[in-house]
Design a protein around this ligand. Structure first.
Ligand SMILES: [Ca+2]
Ligand SMILES: [Ca+2]
Length: 303
């Protein structure tokens, strides 16, 4: 077929238009396919700590909300403020979490530790394929003077289980073994909850302390030791000698602090939060394995 120049141009234009239509159709079909994929619900990460400044700009959109305690009740009153346990979970107005140190819904952070931990988890999950929510559970008021917080710690774990946390971050602990603690953490891990716990900063006089709950021998509990930027264990970091420990960067970690502030903190607490965030980011892979092999998988991975 002999084409004139005008016909040739028209022919080329027609072909281009056809290609464009096919490309557009292809993009449209891909977007429809993506839209038809069920989106995964956010992962819930319980932060059992000193509370969290949930008003901090850095933490917007990641703090958990209790659907049963928001909106209006049948009287037209705000469920968040009506003084009624609307979702009947045993806690009145627990809109964003619970304070077990003072038995109320005030989860504000007078210390700064919990807000720093929450900010690290947010930072570490920025590229996570699955969104996350942080569940603030306050179990002590002042990190310098923890007092008798054993019961509030146990209740905090129970609450995390009841609220169906996927991961529990425990950037704290102590030197005493507790049968009750072991029992409730055993229940958590049997339900598939991953417990990421700090190995502590109690290394003294060349003696390694067992630091609980990281030291409990339970599949699903991870013991996190803080490292510096070269991957070397921090001189202050404790190592739970009877179990596998996971070395994670915990030196000068930048994160949020109460009252819109930011700052650096160092220790196994920070390293624990980094690992919680990384586990959340790889959760779809991790949840397929037996928790008994979890520390092995993490030790052999690059994340
Ligand atoms: Ca409630
Ligand atoms: Ca209420």
């Amino acid at each position: 077929m002999k084409l004139t120049l005008r016909k040739l141009n028209k022919h080329i234009l027609h072909k281009k238009f056809k290609s464009f239509c096919i490309f557009f159709l292809f993009v449209f079909l891909l977007s429809q396919l993506a839209a038809s994929q069920p989106s995964l619900p956010p992962l819930l990460i319980a932060v059992i700590d000193t509370g969290i400044d949930i008003e901090h700009p850095h933490l917007q959109n990641v703090i958990w909300s209790n659907n049963g305690e928001i909106g209006l009740d049948t009287n037209g009153t705000s469920r968040a403020l009506n003084g009624i346990d609307d979702d009947k979970n045993g806690f009145v107005d627990d809109v964003h979490g619970w304070n077990f140190a003072n038995a109320n819904s005030d989860i504000s952070d007078g210390d700064g530790h919990g807000t720093h931990i929450a900010g690290i988890i947010k930072n570490t999950t920025l590229n996570s394929p699955r969104p996350i929510k942080i569940l603030p559970i306050k179990y002590y008021e002042n990190i310098q003077n923890p007092g008798n917080n054993k019961n509030s710690f146990l209740d905090a774990i129970k609450y995390a289980i009841e609220m169906k946390a996927d991961i529990i971050n425990i950037s704290g602990g102590g030197l005493n073994y507790s049968r009750d603690e072991f029992s409730i953490l055993s229940e958590a891990t049997q339900k598939g909850i991953i417990v990421v716990a700090a190995a502590g900063n109690k290394f003294e006089d060349n003696e390694y302390f067992a630091f609980y709950p990281a030291a409990y021998q339970l599949p699903g509990i991870l013991s996190v030791v803080a490292a510096d930027e070269s991957g070397l264990t921090l001189s202050t970091s404790n190592i739970n000698i009877e179990r596998r420990n996971i070395l994670v960067l915990g030196k000068k970690i930048y994160s949020s602090l109460p009252h819109k502030k930011f700052g650096f903190k160092t220790g196994s607490s920070q390293a624990t939060a980094v690992l919680s965030g990384k586990i959340a980011s790889h959760f779809e892979t991790i949840k397929k394995i037996n928790l008994a092999h979890l520390d092995e998988l993490i030790l052999n991975s690059n994340f």
